[in-house]
Design a protein around this ligand. Structure first.
Ligand code: HEM
Length: 387
């Protein structure tokens, strides 16, 4: 999409798209402005309902309406508190050794075999394991939970833009099955178990509970979802960026302390989530265009991160890029809850993979992207380790 973004940034940065019936914003400054302005609402449920008015989808929209992602202040802040304790700096420290253990385990198998399908064997299971442990999903259920979450992630990222009734129906079935599963799990939790999110949920259930059960379940599912494919894509897109830019890989090999900075550059260069949407609450002028109340506004994070007004030589992959304030995790009140967790996962993963990267062989010209406008990822990444 990057050459197309570039044309829009130059010729029509605040573009009205007839097909999508939405504004498409491609410049960094405009994207950051919209994400931090309360006149643009995160409540997109009404748009979804209008596009898919069938009564059978009502339970799905009801579920979506409990997510922190769909709310503005003050309800947004209230719901975000559900997960606050799980993501403090000290809580994050606890996950470092868990992540390292999982990374070592996954890599050892691949190195022994001399090959791996990077997504299936590494980048998909790693975030699933980490977020499942954080929430408290037992090992034997993780494959099923991941399948439900992928269906839900697709709905949650696309329901107000482009999605078919069949995809919506699939999302609805998965949400339903997942809700039943979580309720069952929560009932089985023994007192004094680890302080997983599931246990915190069970504990907070009382007559004067701060959160409704529906709110807890929905936001728990959001965590499992939001932390999965996005981190997989950071690992997959990041690895390919490094392998396609061998000069940067050698630089990283010489100075591994650049890894955290390289992770930021991977996020900027090929952002896992390409856009987020907002609804205008008031009339707002941006550049020479006037956005009207009720209009859907898609802000293109992937394009903002390649804006030459903000990033010099934006199409170059530079692992030591200074001042790299990209928008891959969003901006403003909804800034990603899991940013530190996924940064930590990528830093540990790339640090551990680094000694093997020079010997990795991938036919990058054969790689294909998945058909998903928003979640940017490859279909598969088969690679071999040369001796
Ligand atoms: C919000 C991206 C990893 C949980 C967001 C937003 C973006 C984003 C762009 C803002 C959405 C908006 O403004 O509407 C990413 C990327 C990730 C990642 C690129 C990985 C590379 C994670 C992880 C978790 C997570 C690991 C959880 C463990 C969330 C949640 C929100 C969110 C709960 C909603 C925050 C709110 O509404 O206040 N993420 N995310 N994300 N992310 Fe992430």
């Amino acid at each position: 999409p990057y050459p197309i973004y570039s044309v829009f940034r130059k010729t029509d940065p605040v573009h009205w798209d007839e097909g999508l019936e939405a504004w498409v914003l491609t410049r960094y400054e405009d994207v950051a402005f919209v994400l931090n302005d309360h006149r643009f609402s995160s409540d997109r449920i009404a748009v979804g309902r209008k596009l898919h008015p069938m009564p059978e989808f009502e339970p799905l929209f009801d579920h979506l309406s409990h997510l922190m992602l769909q709310h503005d202040e003050p309800t947004h802040k209230h719901l975000r508190a559900i997960v606050h304790d799980a993501f403090t700096r000290s809580a994050m420290k606890r996950w470092e050794s868990v992540i390292q253990y999982r990374v070592d385990d996954l890599l050892e198998i691949a190195v022994d075999l001399g090959k791996m399908e990077f997504l299936v064997d590494f980048a998909i299971p790693l975030p699933v394991m980490v977020i499942s442990e954080l929430v408290g999903i037992p090992i034997e259920d993780r494959t099923q939970v991941k399948a439900w979450c992928d269906d839900f992630a697709f709905v949650a990222t696309n329901f107000y833009a482009e999605i078919t009734d069949e995809q919506l129906q699939r999302g609805l079935q998965s949400v339903d099955a997942f809700r039943k599963y979580l309720r069952h799990q929560a009932e089985r939790i023994a007192p004094g178990a680890d302080m997983t999110l599931l246990e915190l949920m069970v504990q907070s259930q009382g007559t004067d509970a701060e959160f409704s059960y529906d709110e807890l379940i929905a936001n728990c599912m959001l965590l499992l979802t939001a932390g999965n494919e996005t981190t997989t894509n950071l690992l997959g897109n990041g690895l390919i960026a490094l392998l396609e830019n061998r000069d940067q890989l050698s630089r990283l090999n010489k100075d591994p302390s650049l890894i955290p900075s390289a992770v930021e550059e991977c996020l900027r260069y090929d952002s896992p989530l390409q856009f987020v949407g907002r609804i205008a609450l008031e009339e707002v002028a941006i550049g020479s265009r006037t956005i009207r109340p009720g209009d859907l506004v898609l802000v293109m994070l992937g394009s903002a991160n390649r804006d030459p007004e903000r990033f010099p030589s934006p199409d170059e992959f530079d692992i030591a890029r200074p001042n790299n304030h990209h928008l891959a995790f969003g901006h403003g009140p909804h800034f990603c809850v899991g940013s530190q967790l996924s940064r930590m996962e990528a830093t540990i993963a790339f640090r551990t993979l680094l000694p093997h990267m020079e010997s990795m062989k991938v036919k990058t010209q054969d790689l294909r992207h998945q058909q998903n406008y928003n979640l940017r990822c490859f279909q598969n990444i088969p690679l071999k380790f040369s001796q």
